[in-house]
Design a binder for this molecule. Structure first.
Ligand code: ATP
Length: 302
């Protein structure tokens, strides 16, 4: 079952086509990310999914229900983290969550929720005094009031330092492991690679690729890298390996030989090393990073 279905979405702001025929499905139980540079159309797509803006074309369904024709039903059980969350500065953290629980019409142990997000000591502090990281954690806590089955997070780690961003990613994974479907947007490639099951890459309002990270690598013919630790490295071994058919690149740094090659010739590389008198201590295959894939995709698209 699809949690979200977006079909041929078009959104224009005057002459600017912010989203230009975007289609994708988010399956129940997965973490799906929208990845793209600034201005790619991620926030516009998210706002459209939530029915917060009028669209110029296409259809959007949440749990099979049309967001524009049957909005109340469609949006019944979702949590949303906007790109820039804002709260009443004079309310305390606890009052803020209680206020949202009331709005959602659910009873929630807000103190337990604050604890879950490491904010128990700040429960009675006014939100106006919170740091960006604390605000983001409070915003995430607000999102999961009522235990929604679907979370939509717009740039959830934006503006956070490395530790706070790490905590948010950890939380996203934990929530997903408990069964929550998550759609999130980001322009941080490593983050998307770490957290998501599938990714749609947006550029200038269009989807230029949509798949798992691994399949994107295959599609864009990004070959994995072999990292081979040798006991007796030599330039002779390096040259021998460079001549193996299917090897695209080979380089040596101290006793580590790195080889980019067609996966089908991996065993030939090993054989070549042994034939050249090399002894392998350790061997690893490193999949192409999303960063490499992304650069290749955007270049091809442009
Ligand atoms: P970012 O990572 O910077 O948040 P994004 O991928 O979320 O970018 P959007 O905010 O969806 O991109 O913007 C897509 C395009 O639509 C951009 O060219 C942007 O300038 C334009 N746009 C977005 N909102 C408006 C608006 N309210 N009025 C006019 N143009 C807009």
């Amino acid at each position: 079952m699809n949690a979200i279905e977006v079909n041929d979405l078009v959104k224009k702001y005057g002459d600017v086509v912010a989203v230009d025929g975007v289609s994708f499905n988010v399956k129940e139980g997965e973490i799906f990310s929208l990845l793209g540079p600034n201005g790619a159309g991620k926030t516009t797509t998210i706002k459209a999914i939530l029915g917060l803006i009028k669209i110029n074309g296409g259809t959007i369904k949440i749990n099979g229900k049309d967001v524009f024709l049957n909005g109340k039903e469609a949006k019944k059980n979702i949590g949303y983290l906007p790109e820039t969350p804002s709260f009443y500065e004079n309310l305390t953290a606890l009052q803020t969550l209680q206020f949202f629980a009331e709005l959602k019409g659910v009873s929630e142990d807000c103190m337990a929720l604050l604890k879950e997000f490491g904010l128990e000591n700040a429960a009675r502090r006014r939100v106006g005094t919170f740091s960006k990281g604390m605000m983001q954690r409070l915003a995430l806590a607000q999102c999961i009031i009522g235990k929604p089955k679907l979370l939509i997070l717009d740039e959830p780690t934006s503006g956070l330092d490395a530790l706070a961003a790490y905590e948010v990613r950890k939380k996203i994974k934990e929530l997903n492991e408990k069964g929550t479907t998550i759609l999130f947007s980001s322009h941080i490639l490593s983050e998307v690679q770490e957290v998501s099951h599938r990714v749609a890459v947006l550029n200038k309002g269009k989807i230029i690729a949509i798949d798992t990270i691994q399949n994107l690598g295959k599609k864009f013919k990004m070959h994995p890298k072999l990292r081979i630790e040798l006991q007796r490295p030599s330039s002779y071994i390096l040259n021998f390996v460079k001549n193996v058919r299917g090897v695209e690149e080979a380089s040596m740094d101290k006793n580590v030989l790195e080889v980019v090659c067609n996966p089908s010739v991996k065993t030939n590389v090993i054989k070549a090393i042994e034939e050249a008198g090399g002894k392998i201590i350790d061997f690893k295959t490193i999949e192409p990073s999303l960063e490499e894939i992304f650069i290749k995709m955007v270049r091809k698209n442009e």
